[in-house]
Design a protein. Structure first.
Length: 457
């Protein structure tokens, strides 16, 4: 899944530009060695000095190009995540009122998906840049200073990898706990608008308490993770430093001329820079644990919907207590006890191509649940209009009242509507005038479409 989100031409171009950039940076070590070896020949230094200055200034050009490609990569990855979410939940109408699934998936849609892409691309960019810098500068140092540095950095690499593996488990556990507390905090924070704007004291008190508790837990686990990550980074860096320092002491003792000593001194800052970048790489090793856990959460939110959720959803429909009432004809009521079979129900829906029917039953018998189940079964053949539909994108003007918006929607459906219309408590929160007006529009629609409705009153 990770490959399907990020792998693209901009990703490859970013790596190419970074490699080119760090190749130029590493060449400065070679130019510096040539300058050092010619300190006694000032007339021959200028060409090498010019090359050294160019090696410090030219890397900005591929750097800018790499940043641009990374920005394009972020846009592509975010769109791909949205497409995967769309493929997972589009048309799954039975999820509409499932608060658990909504919270689990919506947090990642709202915040985590974008944050994951942004942090992954930025961290990947910095990590790749630093990695090429370390590898190419080590190659330059081995070529310029001494081949003896090659096994030295090899030992440093093994110690670095060993220290990273040693701290992998505690970092993974701390990262998972931090992710869970962050998602719990985001779930509470998403309810900020409703609780603050309505201002009911009982709601505000509970919301404030929950917000404080979730944030305190999140902040505590975030601080613990940061401390552990920095400690492991420090441990990895120290492990990598020991062989390098030992090798440099050995080379200084072995030097036979002032030119060799001058070269070692000139190369020492570059070696310290390499070790500093090793420290940066080790800090990213801890950050990758966090990204991996965030990806696991994102992957969970994009997975296919469990069929068990629909079965549980439909299990709440009490068919024995429901009736199908013909509104505009004298067909009589039809008990739904014998329609509990989904096959029979679909058969009835295809046999009736028009007309208006009301699903009647007591509170909690599953009337709205049945409408959502029908919508999921019929897909694009049906249109489901919930009681609260302000978040749905209809071709109507903004700023309308509930009744005006509902009327505009029904008028728009006169022009183009699917075969089946499922209206869920369309009369909720409407006065008698609006109910009467909409009732007439629905009857007109029923002359050409099959209308199933649940009434509020």
């Amino acid at each position: 899944m990770l490959r399907s989100i990020f792998f693209s031409k901009p990703l490859l171009m970013t790596v190419v530009f970074i490699m080119f950039q760090q190749g130029i940076v590493a060449s400065s070590t070679w130019f510096l060695s040539q300058i050092t070896s010619r300190v006694n020949e000032p007339s021959t230094v200028m060409p090498w000095l010019a090359g050294f200055l160019l090696s410090l200034s030219l890397p900005y050009i591929p750097g800018v190009l790499a940043v641009r490609q990374t920005a394009i990569l972020k846009n592509i990855a975010q769109l791909r995540i949205l497409e995967r979410l769309r493929a997972a939940i589009e048309g799954r109408t039975t999820l509409f009122a499932h608060n658990g699934e909504r919270e689990r998936r919506f947090v990642f849609l709202q915040r985590e998906g974008e944050d994951f892409v942004t942090h992954s691309c930025d961290a990947g960019f910095d990590f790749t840049q630093t990695l090429f810098n370390v590898v190419l500068n080590i190659a330059a140092l081995v070529a310029v200073v001494s081949p003896a540095l090659l096994p030295t950095y090899g030992v440093s690499l093994l110690l670095f990898i060993g220290s990273v593996k040693l701290t992998k488990r505690p970092l993974t556990e701390a990262t998972r706990r931090q992710r869970d507390t962050r998602v719990a905090f985001e779930n509470v924070r998403l309810k900020t608008w409703e609780n603050l704007t309505i201002g009911n004291s009982i709601n505000l008190q509970r919301w404030n308490t929950s917000l404080s508790e979730k944030y305190a837990s999140f902040a505590d686990h975030r601080l613990r993770l940061l401390t552990l990550r920095e400690f492991t980074s420090l441990l990895s860096t120290w492990a990598a430093m020991i062989p390098v320092f030992a090798a440099n002491l050995w080379l200084f003792n072995k030097a036979n001329s002032s030119a060799e000593i001058a070269l070692l001194v000139a190369a020492l800052p570059r070696q310290l820079m390499v070790l500093n970048h090793v420290h940066i790489l080790s800090s990213y090793s801890g950050f990758w644990h966090e990204l991996r856990e965030r990806f696991a959460g994102l992957q969970s939110s994009l997975e296919e919907v469990d069929p068990q959720l629909r079965r549980e959803h439909e299990g709440r429909i009490r068919f024995s207590e429901l009736k199908l009432v013909s509104v505009d004809s004298n067909q009589g009521d039809l008990a739904l006890a014998d329609k509990a079979s989904q096959i029979d129900w679909q058969k009835w829906l295809h046999q009736n191509t028009k007309g208006r029917f009301r699903i009647s039953g007591g509170n909690g018998t599953g009337k709205s649940t049945l409408l959502r189940s029908i919508k999921e079964s019929l897909g694009s053949e049906a249109l489901y209009l919930p009681a609260e539909h302000t978040a749905l994108d209809f071709p109507v003007a903004d700023g309308l009242s509930s009744g005006q918006r509902a009327r505009s929607i029904l008028e728009a459906l006169q022009e183009s509507a699917p075969r089946v219309l499922l209206l869920d408590e369309w009369d909720a929160n409407l006065d008698s005038n609006h109910r009467s007006s909409l009732n007439g529009l629905i009857s007109q629609l029923a002359e050409r479409h099959l209308v199933l409705e649940v009434r509020h009153t």
